[in-house]
Write a protein that binds this ligand. Structure first.
Ligand code: FAD
Length: 503
């Protein structure tokens, strides 16, 4: 039997791969005509697939590699050469994909057996056992503790190492002025990657984002991904914890791992990433503080695994969830980066340049602005999906629609909505921005402020009752009619300026 390996399932140690000596890989192109995907994302995907093909062949695996417009076209060729063949596939992460693939195979006279995915730490059965009897009331933090207990990661018998489960409060520092960001990896594209890049830029010429491969930070092979993991653990993990939420002018990565593209393609397994980080903490070589290793492990065992299962549970409704009824289009600045708002301009610039912005830019700048402005969550999801090198439907959708847009309370019981105060506290952007973070109304006031209060007022009926917004609505109640009129006027001006590309 042949294993059909999808482009985001490239992990060479996956159990099903050990049980098959032939593999089918299909590089389909037409899907990328539907959205203006970042050229670096397409280059990364196709280059990783072609390198995986060559690595598997070097290991003696018989690989059929087909390039075609669609999966259907590739399967026409495959079944013409292999009539009635039986294929196996690891369960795809995207909702409904297993059924679609089975239909494509069976309609060509073949059969498809779908086996469990070996690309995550926890299984759907584990999640089902954990959620059993919890109703909808599950939260990431409880899941995270459960996974720590089950895996024994950072555990001291039955207790968390250090006595606390979570050191989040120590993850909110901003670096001192003389801080030198640790070095970043770059991966000089080889001939094969350059060939893919030439194909991508010619085939998808007018796509959004910078096609320049100079300083390409994304590993495209398993060995590069392992090198990126080592480099992160040795040089950036120590500072990951304290500066996890910080934003600095001119620093696009700070001490983040930049491992999400490799993880999401299967070039790295999340368990080996967690093990490398905890080993560095245990061995003491790299001087990794507990707040850093715990913060990092929480992202992977907590958030990443949680999002994967939450997506499975909440689809198909999640993709269109919009409990706040937000309907605006994305303002043009998401495409042009053209705005005087220093934080927003920097974050969009980072996405355009490399298809990446770190978590706090994604959550507290890019999606916070869209949330307060009133963007339709599905439109924001499309933008993230096409613009980010690590975007795959299973992980982008719960993050954008759930966490960033509060389209549903799947991920949190209140929206991640914040005024300029947050950006001012966590970054140095406001110092060089023409907008004043301390003003709410008037032409110079930071747009985040009037939008924030206007948003709270607009969605009062839904938000006041969520239980965790009491303090915030206390401040809403303190404002008099004249203040509200001024806020409304300023918010309307901000929205009009943003819609006209004049913010
Ligand atoms: P680090 O900060 O170094 O974190 C380590 C790892 O933890 C990441 O590589 C990632 O695998 C995992 N992780 C952390 N937070 C999350 C999370 N919320 N969900 C899933 N995994 C997480 N992540 C994606 O992989 N793809 C996406 O398309 C994506 N879209 C996002 C959109 C929004 C609006 C938000 C708020 C978050 C999104 N995330 C997404 C989650 C997170 O922001 C990225 O995983 C992270 O920024 C990737 O950079 P890094 O590898 O340097 O992460």
């Amino acid at each position: 039997m042949t294993l059909w390996l999808l482009g985001d399932q490239l992990y060479p140690e996956a159990a099903p791969l050990q049980r098959h000596d032939s593999v089918l890989l299909v590089e389909a192109h037409e899907f990328a005509d539907r959205l203006a995907y970042h050229p670096q994302k397409l280059t990364l995907l196709f280059a990783a697939m072609r390198h995986a093909r060559d690595d598997l062949r070097d290991r003696g695996v018989d690989v059929t590699y087909l390039r075609a417009a669609t999966f259907g076209d590739a399967l026409d060729d495959y079944f013409a050469a292999n009539p009635g063949a039986s294929l196996t596939v690891m369960r795809p992460s995207s909702h409904g994909a297993a059924d679609r693939l089975r239909e494509l195979v069976e309609s060509r006279g073949g059969s498809l057996s779908v086996v469990a995915s070996d690309l995550f730490v926890t299984s759907p059965a584990e999640w089902d056992r954990w959620t059993d009897g919890r109703g909808d009331g599950y939260r990431q933090e409880q899941w995270y503790r459960h996974v720590r207990r089950e895996t024994g990661v950072l555990m001291d018998g039955d207790d968390p190492v250090g006595g606390d489960w979570n050191y989040d409060e120590q993850n909110r520092e901003t670096p001192p002025d003389d801080w030198d960001a640790p070095p970043l990896p770059t991966f000089e594209p080889d001939d094969l990657t350059r060939e893919v890049h030439a194909f991508v830029t010619e085939r998808y010429g007018d796509h959004w984002g910078d096609a320049d491969l100079d300083g390409f930070p994304w590993p495209v092979t398993r060995s590069e991904a392992l090198a990126a993991l080592d480099q992160f653990v040795e040089t950036r993990l120590p500072a990951f914890g304290p500066y996890q939420d910080a934003m600095l002018q001119g620093e696009w990565a700070l001490a983040h791992s930049l491992l999400s593209p490799a993880l999401n393609l299967g070039l790295l397994h999340p368990r080996e990433v967690v093990d490398a980080a905890t080993a560095a903490y245990r061995d003491g070589d790299a001087d990794v503080p507990l707040q850093s290793v715990e913060g990092f492990v929480r992202q992977l065992l907590g958030w990443r695994e949680f999002m994967r299962h939450a997506y499975r549970e909440a689809m198909p409704g999640l993709a269109d969830a919009n409990q706040l009824g937000q309907e605006r289009d994305l303002p043009p600045l998401y495409w042009t980066g053209d705005t005087d708002m220093a934080c927003l301009s920097a974050a969009v610039g980072h996405v355009r340049r490399r298809g990446y912005a770190h978590h706090i830019e994604r959550l507290m700048v890019l999606s916070n602005f869209a949330l307060l402005y009133g963007v339709d969550p599905a439109a924001l999801n499309r933008w993230f999906h096409l613009g980010f090198v690590d975007a795959f439907h299973w992980v982008t959708t719960p993050n954008v629609v759930g966490m960033g847009s509060f389209g549903t309370d799947l991920v949190s019981s209140k929206p991640y909505a914040a005024s300029a105060n947050y950006v001012n506290r966590m970054s140095d952007h406001c110092a060089s921005c023409p907008y004043d973070p301390d003003e709410t109304t008037g032409e110079d006031a930071c747009p985040f402020n009037s939008l924030y209060w206007d948003f709270l007022r607009e969605h009062e009926e839904t938000l006041r009752g969520t239980g965790r917004m009491g303090l915030v609505y206390h401040h809403v109640d303190d404002k008099d009619d004249a203040e509200w009129r001024a806020i409304r006027d300023r918010a309307a001006d901000v929205r009009a300026d943003a819609a006209n590309g004049d913010l």
